[in-house]
Write a protein that binds this ligand. Structure first.
Ligand SMILES: [Zn+2]
Length: 385
């Protein structure tokens, strides 16, 4: 049986222990100690990582009464070892987890909704409630939660006696009858939880409720606390500052400034489309009438405009109208014809001009890797379609 030091002291960063066993595991070794401060995965909180006697602790799991430490190297059975947690990571998790209890307690008290899902991801924490909450409600909860942080209230984690537990009203996801660990935030929340928590609410730091979305008849909220919230704020601030400088707008007015830029862009796109249409019509009007093929090089045109020009050119020739855009040896083509079956001809064209592409009998599109001279010789020469 491993003594669980994290229950007695959630702030224990280093400890001494004795190695009881060390066996080969799927990935590395599985080590059991007589005592440990490494918290195994549980209550929605991921397992701790760190070092044990110079080897890395990659994962920690509960196995009956024992705690298994999965390490990247073996440890000598019977020897004393020095353990050290990745404390920054663990402390941030405690900040987020205790913050979540505070928020869940407030949601339950104010709206009667239960926390039905809790996940600590790499980027943020998500909490699911079995009822809907809008932004206004979330802002209210967020403010009250931050006031509770300022009150620096004690966070007490303990195992009540079975009789005391019976009398206790507490939030719980599981129906457990014994060995229930209670985490109590005075005046705000009482909840069954096996994870390590901060000792006072002041340690949580800022609590920020982020995005919310409808989820299984309720709501899923993303949130961050403490140092993670600060880092997130820093990134958002840097991003807002950059947009603000680019658009010469005050920080709180960047959304309106971006909307104006998008409106301007939309108007420009419409104007550009109209100008392109006029350009295609003007170019088409200059095309000669011929019984043979028309071969057009239009490096300035995009493929949509080229397709429109070829469609108009098809009416002016008896053969095919072949339009090209791009640069030497890297041409995109659109070829159209009123009479020929171009789907059949595509193979020959692609073979002759080192290209690929296809389409409908009346129009094909693709790309060729050959010179302008090769293309001109092919379409202006004896090629029959
Ligand atoms: Zn919890």
């Amino acid at each position: 049986m491993t003594e669980k030091l994290y229950y007695a002291d959630s702030h224990l960063k280093t400890f001494m222990a004795r190695v009881l066993s060390c066996d080969r595991a799927d990935r590395g070794w599985a080590v059991i100690l007589d005592r440990t401060a490494f918290f195994p995965e549980g209550g929605g909180q991921p397992a701790d990582t760190g070092f044990l006697g110079g080897v890395r602790v990659l994962d920690v799991r509960e196995c009956g009464e024992d705690i298994l430490h999965y390490t990247d190297g073996p440890l000598e059975i019977g020897s004393p070892v020095f353990g050290e947690l990745d404390w920054d990571k663990r402390f941030r998790r405690m900040q987020n987890h205790s913050g979540e209890h505070l928020v869940s307690g407030l949601v339950y008290r104010l709206y009667g909704f239960s926390n039905v899902g809790f996940h600590m991801g790499a980027d943020c924490v998500t909490v699911d409630f079995d009822g809907e909450l809008d932004r206004e409600a979330l802002d209210k909860i967020e403010t009250l939660a931050n006031i509770a942080v300022g009150e620096n209230l004690p966070v007490k984690a303990y195992f009540p006696s079975p009789s005391a537990l019976k009398r206790l009203k507490y939030r719980s996801k599981l129906e457990l009858a014994e060995h229930v660990r209670i985490v109590k935030i005075k005046g705000y929340d009482v909840c069954a939880c096996c994870a390590p928590h901060v000792s006072r609410t002041g340690e949580i730091g800022a609590i920020k409720l982020l995005e919310h979305e409808r989820h299984r008849g309720g709501v899923r909220i993303s949130m961050l606390c403490g140092l993670d919230a600060l880092e997130d704020y820093r990134k958002r601030y840097a991003s807002t500052a950059e947009i603000s400088a680019l658009l010469s707008a005050k920080h709180h007015e960047v959304a309106a400034a971006v909307r104006r830029v998008l409106d301007d862009l939309g108007a420009l796109k419409l104007g550009l489309a109209e100008a392109r249409k006029q350009l295609v019509l003007a170019k088409a009007a200059l095309l000669p009438e011929t019984d043979g093929n028309l071969c057009l090089f239009e490096p300035q045109l995009d493929t949509d405009s080229l397709r429109e020009l070829v469609t108009l050119g098809m009416e002016r020739c008896g053969g095919v109208c072949a339009g090209f855009t791009g640069v030497e040896c890297d041409w995109k083509y659109v070829i159209g014809s009123r009479h020929a079956d171009l789907r059949k001809a595509a193979k020959n064209i692609n073979r002759a001009l080192n290209g690929r592409g296809g389409g409908r009998p009346e129009m094909i599109q693709g790309a060729v890797s050959c010179s302008k001279k090769d293309i001109e010789e092919y379409f202006n020469g004896k090629a029959i379609f």
